[in-house]
Ligand binder design. Structure first.
Ligand SMILES: Cc1ncc(C[n+]2csc(CCOP(=O)(O)OP(=O)(O)O)c2C)c(N)n1
Length: 375
């Protein structure tokens, strides 16, 4: 294993002092070290991975230096456009160092949404013509690889990638913690909202622990899972899925259970929702101000006004709640009024250690869900 401090100092020694990215559970220890040892201007948690590539491009244009972009391999899809049309050697030729967490590596047990991207991560880098190395686990070897990467970046002025296997970094716990003090955590809020909805209502839930907690709630309540589409991957796209359903099923209420990180990742959809104004579309944001599912790194949620953004985009109802009484009241208002509606529930990060994962496959989930909504 590599110590986060060793790798950080090694990169620093080669002049890397700017970071941008979207957090990943495999990189969380290294990113925590970066957070504790880098100013917030030089470690930017971006809305999505494509933004992070462009931020590093801007950093290079301004300074001539090379930035590091960290991401989970699932975020490679968000990067393909700027990697092919901005940083590529045939366009502007802008160097950056990618640090990619390798979920779904062949032979390792992982969730269904990671399998395909795990299998195609290295071929994808090859197609993109981005040279890479799998980050070695011995510090001596890492030193050689970083030297090689630095030479490539210096000589060719094009991107280079390190692919990071599970367990590569030693653990490191973040010192600069951001705590909130709301009455509820996400799971308590999810249980409350789900228990207040009706049998005919549809839920589309976002990736990460939100879908896992909703699944566990249904199991414990004996409800069955047919009402819920659990978006296990595709971070930031649950609201678009919910919108697609709401437009076709105007007589059924559709609820999107979203996270603040996911909302921010593809916030552009709010303008589409506001423009189309489906009266049956309801957006519930479980705002714990963090990427809780991958380590609790902060999102930009504490700098923005989520109900205000909904209002500006044309939602008809927009409100915020923090405790059970407020959640009940606001949900009643939403049910009695016309959408699109957005309810922000401010809650603390954190989850149960024994939180399970859906025991239904994505395909089973889809089939039962389609049967339910087309009934
Ligand atoms: C495109 C993409 N980038 C990154 C990830 C890794 N990832 C999974 S869940 C998650 C955090 C989600 O944060 P938020 O929506 O705020 O929900 P929370 O986990 O805090 O409830 C991240 C970054 C991913 N699945 N897909």
């Amino acid at each position: 294993m590599i110590s986060p401090q060793y790798f950080f100092n090694l990169l620093h020694g080669h002049g890397f002092s700017f970071y941008a990215g979207v957090p990943d559970s495999l990189l969380k220890d290294f990113c925590a070290y970066v957070t504790d040892n880098t100013s917030s201007k030089n470690n930017i948690i971006a809305a999505n991975e494509g933004n992070a590539i462009a931020l590093a491009a801007g950093y290079h244009l301004a300074t001539g230096r090379v930035g590091v972009v960290y991401l989970q391999n699932s975020g490679l899809g968000n990067c393909i456009n700027p990697l092919t049309s901005l940083t590529d050697k045939e366009i502007y030729s802008l160097p950056l160092l990618l640090l990619i967490g390798w979920r779904g590596e062949a032979g390792k047990k992982d969730e269904p949404q990671h399998r395909k991207m795990g299998r195609i991560t290295l071929p994808l880098l090859e197609v993109l013509e981005i040279p890479y190395a799998i980050l070695p686990e011995s510090e001596e070897e890492v030193k050689k690889e970083v030297q090689k990467a630095a030479e490539h970046l210096d000589n060719t002025k094009t991107p280079y990638a390190f692919v990071v296997r599970e367990g590569t970094f030693d653990s490191y716990s973040l010192k600069t913690k951001q705590e909130t003090h709301f009455p509820l955590i996400r799971e308590e809020a999810i249980k409350l909202v789900a228990s207040l909805l009706d049998k005919g209502d549809i839920i589309v839930s976002t990736t990460g622990k939100t879908s896992r907690e909703l699944f566990e709630f249904r199991k414990a309540a004996g409800h069955g899972h047919h009402q819920d589409f659990l978006t296990v991957g595709s971070m930031g796209h649950s609201s678009s899925i919910a919108l697609g359903i709401a437009l076709q099923k105007p007589n059924q209420r559709v609820y999107c259970f979203d996270g603040d990180g996911a909302l921010i990742m593809h916030m552009g959809v709010l303008s589409t929702i506001g423009k189309l104004r489906p009266a049956n579309f309801n957006h519930i944001i479980f705002n714990n101000f963090a990427h809780d599912s991958v380590g609790g790194q902060p999102t930009a949620a504490n700098a923005i006004d989520i109900p205000g953004i909904a209002k500006a985009n044309g939602y008809k109802t927009f409100c915020s709640a923090e405790n059970a009484t407020e959640i009940r009241e606001e949900l009643l208002t939403i049910k009695q009024g016309k959408g699109p509606a957005l309810l922000e529930i401010r809650c603390n990060k954190g989850a149960r250690k024994d939180l399970g994962r859906p025991t239904q496959s994505p395909m089973e989930n889809k089939n039962k869900f389609m049967e339910f909504i087309q009934r």
